[in-house]
Design a protein. Structure first.
Length: 69
């Protein structure tokens, strides 16, 4: 995650949700690619909630690592 600061005051809640979802999907994709030895992943076979859920787990793991250090 980046430390970019932005004013979200003018965004609708749906826009904020889309930004969060995109970030979670990106984190999920990173997690899947890290665990794939050949680097090729067919995302078409994954259920639609898989990447955001993996992204949530990756974010939680990252936060837990920061808390323990």
């Amino acid at each position: 995650m980046t430390d970019t600061k932005m004013d979200l005051g003018n965004l609708k809640s749906r826009d904020v949700g889309n930004l969060i979802s995109k970030q979670l999907v990106d984190l999920g994709k990173d997690a899947v690619q890290r665990d794939t030895p050949n680097g090729y992943v067919d995302y078409g076979n994954l259920p639609s909630k898989t990447l955001p859920e993996l992204g949530k787990q990756a974010a939680a793991n990252k936060m837990n690592q920061k808390e323990t250090t």
